[in-house]
Design a binder for this molecule. Sequence first.
Ligand code: FMN
Length: 363
Amino acid sequence: MSNSIGTLFRVTSFGESHGQCVGVVVDGCPAGVRLEAEIVQKDLDRRRAVDQVGATLRREPDLVRLLSGVHEGYTTGAPVCMVVDNTDTDSRAYQEFVRTPRPGHADYPARIKYGGYNDPRGGGRFSGRITAGFVMAGAVARAVLDRIGVEICAHTVAIGGVEAPPCDPDAIRLLNRQNSLSCCDESSSASMVAAIEDARARGDSIGGVVECVVLGLPAGIGEPVFSGVDSEIARAVFAIPAVKGVEFGAGFALCRARGSEANDPYSLSGDTVVTAKNDSGGVLGGLTNGMPLVLRAGFKPTPSVRMAQQTVDLETMTLAELTISGRHDACIVPRAVVVVEAVVASVICDLGLRSGLVPRVMR
Ligand SMILES: Cc1cc2nc3c(=O)[nH]c(=O)nc-3n(C[C@H](O)[C@H](O)[C@H](O)COP(=O)(O)O)c2cc1C
């Protein structure tokens, strides 16, 4: 397993869904960054299931314990360790999945890889719950990036078959927290809620798409060729459970366009070089180009659905039918918005340190 990401701002994830806690260690955080538990808590609260349509009935307070790396409200430069305890666990349903693995979840490949020693309770390391650690690290990264005027915000652009109209970065900043779905368009949000409720009522689930923008980045950030800003972000976003695709700017649509349409013409805003449109999503050659960085993450429907599904009984090696009870999100997307922001923030912080944009001491 590889549970760490980042070169200078190094994030290490630990914990299992039904173990004692889930947490994260951030090593390499600059010293002198204002950091208090409340700052981290705000982001954690956005990830919680409470009040979100279609969310799991598991109720965790997710209160952060900030264990190290902060003194008198400022980071010291030492590793920042943060945990949230697992308090509302019910592991009864999960033993069954060791023998009859859930289609779409990691039960089967994890059993093969770890010889059956992996913790199956609540999905263990493969639970969406580990993203609480990603969010805590992201809150630290955000506190750093705040100081240099870099802002990261994400919103829900599609759920099930419902697509919100396009939204420019300034509108996303203003509107992405206006409802529990983090959707900037109220009428789309209402249709999305209806779609999630319909899926839940049928014992099914749906997926969707989160768009994330990074504002305030200068041109030239990224470490080509293998640590370009797009490759580093894609790697981190793909670590979020249930992510099935990542695209930048116009993404796959660009691949169907002609070069003359796809290219973003250069222009000037005062004496700053800008592009007239931003289909490249603010990245060229693995480097930021000074335009807003724009990416989208596609989430598949939650694998644990209540409808009967075909699986294999690994003891008898015969086909079997599985009906999943237990507490699951009918749609992951609303809870994943802050998770996408968090992993993008961690990557940008790392690349910022590597390029010298972020100082090692912030006064
Ligand atoms: C915030 C969040 C919550 C999730 N909740 C659930 C859940 O309740 N039930 C479930 O089966 N999967 C859930 N998942 C997805 C699984 O963890 C994921 O599909 C599984 O680990 C397999 O990995 P893969 O889909 O990336 O291949 C959640 C993911 C996230 C990001």
